[in-house]
Design a protein around this ligand. Structure first.
Ligand SMILES: CC(C)(COP(=O)(O)OP(=O)(O)OC[C@H]1O[C@@H](n2cnc3c(N)ncnc32)[C@H](O)[C@@H]1OP(=O)(O)O)[C@@H](O)C(=O)NCCC(=O)NCCS
Length: 159
């Protein structure tokens, strides 16, 4: 995950469905994106659930992923991360679009997510994908010892 992002064209990025063999790669990407990274075992456990699926983005190497959970007519983004070396190339936008498209095809009616209110990059990404704020969970996250609210965001997939 060291290539400069400038060399990546998002049109060259392929999306592959995640399976448990990706757990260590997912843990490494998660560690690059979050203060409290999930372990490879946590990803194995999540991926053992039939309701959980996702896609890993890459060309010669994995550079990002999204994990979603779907129950009944609702989907939720569980986590999303792009390698810091490959950000701002449209990879997260492509991953979110894939999740929305497959959920729409599966007759999901509504998509939810939670994002730290200080995560302006992710909030801008989700707003650009059509999500709107729908609530707030006070003190939901801890960032470097500080309590941070979660913003709940929702997007209807109904035609
Ligand atoms: C948030 C994150 C997934 C975005 O990934 P990315 O591949 O760089 O995002 P994209 O290149 O697809 O950006 C799509 C849009 O999101 C917004 N965006 C992304 N990064 C941004 C930033 N640093 N500042 C402001 N807006 C940003 C922009 O609207 C951007 O469109 P533009 O480039 O045309 O302006 C990435 O920064 C990351 O992995 N962060 C750490 C983990 C994380 O916060 N995950 C989300 C948890 S809810």
């Amino acid at each position: 995950m060291t290539s400069p992002s400038r060399t990546i064209k998002v049109s060259d990025i392929e999306l592959v469905r995640i399976n448990p063999s990706h757990a260590h790669v997912l843990a490494a990407l998660h560690q690059d994106g979050f203060d409290s990274p999930w372990t490879a075992q946590a990803f194995v456990d999540l991926l053992s659930q039939e309701t959980v699926t996702g896609w890993i983005a890459g060309k010669s190497e994995p550079v990002g992923f999204i994990l979603i959970q779907t129950a009944a007519e609702e989907s939720e983004i569980l986590t999303l991360a792009v390698a810091s070396s490959h950000r701002r190339c449209g990879i997260a936008r492509k991953l979110v679009a894939q999740a929305l498209s497959e959920s729409r095809d599966a007759s999901v009616a509504i998509f939810h997510l939670e994002v730290a209110e200080v995560n302006t990059a992710a909030i801008a990404l989700y707003q650009g994908a059509g999500f709107a704020p729908s609530g707030r969970r006070p003190n939901y996250y801890s960032k470097t010892g500080e309590a941070v609210d979660a913003i709940l965001m929702t997007k209807s997939l109904c035609p």
